[in-house]
Write a protein that binds this ligand. Structure first.
Ligand code: SF4
Length: 143
């Protein structure tokens, strides 16, 4: 398969997480170094700053720790990622587990208490809907 893999930018070592850190993953960084992966962060693409307040999904919306609804920015960023996937013909994505954007299969429940519930991040859900095969760096699989 010669098409590039879309990867969460934080897994590629970019410090784009809400708290200004990265989540570097050796396998993802190898793919990027070989020119086989495209790093992308939907939250940055959506116009959110780094650092930014932590966000979680609640009843289909995205809220930050202060209760501000961030759904619009999350959706805008995810849509840009979907456009990139189509332009680059990515058939696969490796995304960061548990993120309200990138998480697959389980995400935090919106109570900011560290509680996980079944579900996907907004970006992961959009990629699955588009037929992209999504996995996380921890091995969760979907699509
Ligand atoms: Fe990483 Fe995705 Fe969060 Fe961006 S939105 S920091 S790529 S998990």
């Amino acid at each position: 398969d010669i098409t590039p893999v879309l990867v969460s930018a934080c897994l590629a070592g970019q410090r784009c997480r809400y708290d200004g850190t990265a989540s570097p993953d050796a396998r993802v960084m190898d793919l990027v170094a070989q020119g086989r992966a495209i790093p992308f962060c939907p939250e940055i693409a959506g116009g959110l700053p780094t650092p930014r307040p932590a966000c979680e999904l609640r009843h289909g919306r995205v809220v930050d720790r202060d209760g501000v609804d961030r759904t619009g920015a999350f959706l805008r960023g995810a849509e840009q990622g979907l456009e990139l996937v189509r332009l680059a013909r990515c058939a696969r994505a490796v995304l960061k587990a548990r993120s309200p954007s990138c998480g697959l299969g389980r995400v935090y429940d919106g109570s900011f208490s560290g509680t996980l519930v079944p579900g996907h991040g907004l970006f992961a859900a959009m990629l699955l809907d588009a037929g992209v095969e999504v996995v996380t760096e921890e091995g969760q699989e979907g699509g």
